[in-house]
Design a protein around this ligand. Sequence first.
Ligand SMILES: [Mn+2]
Length: 185
Amino acid sequence: MRKAEVKRETKETQIYVELNVDGNGKAEVEVEDAFFRHMIVTLAKFSSIDIKIKANGDLPHHIIEDTGITLGYAIDKAVDRESIKRFGYAVIPMDEALIISSVDMVRRPYFSYGLNVPNSSEFDPALIEHFFRSLAFSTPMTLHLYQLNGKDPHHIVEAAFKSFGIALKQSLEKSQNSMSVKGSL
Ligand SMILES: [Mn+2]
């Protein structure tokens, strides 16, 4: 079982993350923000990673950013990059929204963001971008997240978490061969 536990504490936040990459998508999320909680549960479900998160802090911005960072550290800790499929991608609809996620689990962080999320009373769209960027850079991985279609902010973001979850799951699947020409990811 590929598991990891990471605790990260700063003057702004206290974040605890526990992962089982070879899990069933079970989520235990203690985060105040209901929408963000819903998104983490969605990510766990579609990545099949068991995710336990306890996140507290002073501001939603800090909590969401630092949860992304800590989740990335936990993925890095849990996974041996020399024995994974490395790439994962998914194009997932949710009603009118259609979102692409493409992941390269290489230790070279890159983040390319093409979601166009309208303002919502449920959440701050800027924090969605921030979460994925923080996660991509701390893992580190390359992540491209693009919107082919979408109007409803909730649909766009939920489809993004679903497609990212599925792409992440694929990229972390075990492989017998190292997927690097160079010999190292
Ligand atoms: Mn920030």
